[in-house]
Design a binder for this molecule. Structure first.
Ligand code: PEP
Ligand code: MG
Length: 325
């Protein structure tokens, strides 16, 4: 199997119907970057910057962070890297930060909420990113945005950081993209203007699914209780896809499900054109996509939903079996 994937490493993820899907990788440490060329990923769709903070025993300095981000961009060799700003919360506690007892950490003071309430670290991180990206493309993504105002506030922090750098006379990034992760159902219903203001959106399926079904992703008893291919969830995603298409908002999916071949196939059939996953999943997902016709898969999904099936998994698997899988 490994050889089969190696042989298609430099081939595009092009389905039989001719649709191309951009397969990108998720990363978080410098050590992940060598997988970029070997996996055939077209970029880093999610760089989880908190990992760098979690492996240390003291707060990194701005100069260190900036050097690190610069090395990450060098290692990506000009391919796009979407840097997600710190996603910490009371469950991912930094050893050098005061722990904060909360009854429901997943629903608590985490990610961009911390970044906006105590902006010191976010500002340092944004400045480090801007410096690292001098003269090149910078892609920044804010985690856990739940409403338009949060995106605007986060974006204002970014714009202020750019302005400070400009006043200091530092060279700025050549191109800047500032987007949001869609991890709470509320963003699916955000005002139209939200879809115009974000430069891109990336669905964080792990958190989105947990909040959609109200099922803790860390709880063994419930985490696999609801299928990602549940028609209600797919219907929600379809609405997000349609809104992004209507507003010309680039959209990707970067939760773990993007790395599962059947899930990836369904996401692509529904309209996702960029999927970001762990590097080892790129081969299997590409292999699946290259042997399928997305239009046919879409019909299977729509028929199953129209029949009132709870999940499209069985019908899609039956379709794949017919195709000789
Ligand atoms: C997600 O929630 O799907 C996601 C990509 O972010 P994380 O898994 O780091 O929460
Ligand atoms: Mg998340």
């Amino acid at each position: 199997a490994q050889e089969r994937y190696a042989s298609i490493r430099d081939e595009p993820a092009e389905a039989l119907c001719g649709t191309r899907i951009s397969l990108q990788m998720n990363a978080g440490l410098m050590a992940d970057l060598p997988s970029l060329p070997s996996s055939g990923a077209e970029g880093v769709g999610l760089f989880r910057t908190e990992l760098q903070f979690l492996i240390r025993n003291q707060m990194p300095r701005r100069a260190e962070l900036s050097a690190l981000y610069s090395r990450v961009m060098d290692a990506a060799g000009g391919k796009r890297v979407a840097f997600r700003t710190l996603d910490i919360g009371s469950d991912k506690v930094l050893p050098y930060m005061k722990p904060n007892e909360e009854p429901n950490p997943a629903l608590g003071w985490r990610a961009i909420r911390v970044g906006l309430d105590k902006p010191g670290v976010l500002r340092m991180q944004l400045q480090a990113l801007i410096r690292a990206a001098a003269g090149r493309r910078l892609t920044v993504m804010f985690p856990f945005i739940a409403q338009l105002a949060e995106f605007r506030d986060a974006r204002a922090e970014f714009d202020k950081a750019m302005e400070r750098e400009r006043i200091l006379g530092h060279p700025l990034p050549e191109v800047v993209e500032v987007g949001a992760m869609l991890e709470t159902p509320s963003l699916g219903y955000a005002p139209d203007i939200f879809y115009d203001e974000v430069d891109f959106l990336s669905v964080g399926g792990n958190d989105l699914k947990q909040f959609f079904f109200a099922a803790d992703r860390e709880n063994e008893r419930v985490r696999r209780r609801y299928d990602t291919l549940n028609v209600s969830f797919l219907r929600f995603l379809q609405q997000v896809i349609d809104r992004c298409e209507a507003h010309g908002t680039p959209l990707s999916f970067c939760g773990e499900d993007a790395g599962r071949p059947i899930e990836a196939l369904c996401l692509a059939a529904m309209g996702f054109r960029t999927l970001s996953m762990r590097p080892a999943s790129i081969g299997p997902v590409k292999h699946m996509l290259r042997r399928c016709n997305l239009r046919e898969v879409r019909e299977v999904i729509e028929d199953a939903a129209a029949r009132g099936e709870q999940s499209v998994r069985e019908p899609v698997m039956a379709y794949l079996a017919e195709q000789g899988w």
